[in-house]
Design a protein around this ligand. Structure first.
Ligand code: CA
Length: 395
């Protein structure tokens, strides 16, 4: 069956590769007009092949959306906190110099690094020119990706990074702190002084570039990103939000207070009130610095992961208000344990990597149905406990 399909599909794929070549010719003319050298274009584009798998990611709609507590539980776990504290020590001098020059504190910079690439352990593996070239020629965001494709060629052309160093996410983010190529061109800095802006092999360049990004996005030195707060019962969240800013005096008048009993400072700041989970859970007052983090990647879950990780790196504790769930999330060590238990039950889930992907979810669905539970494909503490109790198999 597979062979028959391959025979039927290959002419279509060949046609699309022809379309890709024609599109690349057009992009080459545009890149030339933007000053990228003929030598770079000839070298990098002559053998470039499309990677059509990125188009599936472009239109990917997850069947199951994770609640925010699962997202934060996986990103801000004990391992990432411990690793981040070790990185704060290992790069203390560099981070102090970065703070002097850009005004962004070490914990914030290291938290971005930890969330973006797990401190350099996960850059993504896709060839950037191939994925950005494909997204420039097919799919629904070609105009945007053409700009990123030409920016990536510009990085190679300026000699900062060889094309084979440009590996990253399907959408073109690369390096320690996952800059897009256009962001790199605008805001990357050479902090170690070797004359190259290298966000792949130079931790100082990557961390300083992140601080430069946050400063450019309006970072206010010495201000917090925000605080977890207690709100009085019955407070109406309708109409509130990150951008609905009020003075701290006004929030105090409404009965909003920090959970740690601290003062709402600086007194001149304005803050917006957010409670990210429907129906309860922690609420936060967010200041301008949260907007700078949000500019990195426009997602509330993502921004809170970085903000909370930065607090944990400073020695802060977990959120005080519990999330509205009776089935708490798994950290990455527990996710790996769950995957080992699924493997022991004969589920073909691929490698044990602590990431809950489509194959792990499919196995979870089978187990949930066996247990007679609601089948939502979610990996939580209840499922882990149930599988631990199950019949021992294999090992
Ligand atoms: Ca450098």
């Amino acid at each position: 069956m597979g062979c028959v399909l391959a025979v039927i599909m290959s002419p279509a794929v060949a046609d699309r590769q022809d379309d890709f070549r024609a599109c690349l010719d057009e992009l080459t003319r545009r890149a030339r007009a933007e000053g990228i050298s003929r030598a770079t274009l000839g070298r990098e584009l002559a053998g470039l092949e499309a990677d059509f798998s990125v188009l599936e990611r472009l239109d990917y709609q997850p069947e199951f959306r994770s609640p925010i507590w699962d997202y934060l539980g996986a990103l801000v776990d004990e391992q990432r906190i411990a690793d981040g504290r070790a990185q704060l020590l290992a790069h203390a001098d560099t981070l102090a110099e970065i703070e002097r020059r850009y005004g962004v504190d070490p914990a914030t910079v290291v938290a971005v690094w930890g969330v973006e690439s797990d401190y350099g352990k996960n850059f993504g593996t896709r060839d950037l020119l191939s994925s950005l070239g494909t997204l420039s020629c097919f799919g629904r965001r070609q105009t945007y990706f053409r700009g990123e494709f030409i920016a990536a060629l510009g990085i190679v052309d300026e000699g900062s990074l060889a094309a084979d160093k440009l590996k990253g996410s399907w959408a073109g983010a690369f390096g320690h702190t996952q800059f897009m190529p256009s962001t790199y061109r605008r805001l990357a800095v050479d902090f170690d002084g070797d004359g190259r802006r290298d966000l792949v092999d130079s931790v100082p360049d990557a961390l300083a570039s992140t601080a430069n990004f946050l400063r450019d996005a309006g970072w206010r030195s010495g201000e917090p990103w925000g605080f977890e707060v207690r709100v009085p019962p019955g407070l109406d969240f309708d109409g509130e939000g990150r951008k609905a800013r009020r003075s701290f005096a006004e929030w105090a008048r409404r009965g909003v207070a920090r959970v740690d009993g601290g003062e709402l400072v600086p007194a001149t700041a304005q803050a917006g009130l957010v409670r990210p989970a429907d129906g309860g859970g922690p609420a936060f007052l967010l200041l301008k610095n949260f907007d700078a983090i949000y500019a990195y990647n426009a997602s509330m879950s993502y921004g809170l992961a970085i903000a909370h990780l930065s607090d944990r790196l400073r020695g802060g504790g977990d959120f005080v208000t519990p999330w509205p769930t009776d089935d708490l999330p798994l950290d990455r060590a527990q996710r790996r344990e769950l995957q080992r238990l699924l493997l022991a039950r004969g589920h073909d889930i691929g490698p044990v990597d602590g990431a809950i992907g489509s194959r792990t979810r499919a196995a979870i669905l089978v187990e949930q149905r066996r247990l007679g539970w609601e089948d939502d494909a979610r990996a939580g503490q209840k499922l882990l406990r149930a599988l631990r109790k199950g019949p021992a198999t294999g090992d």
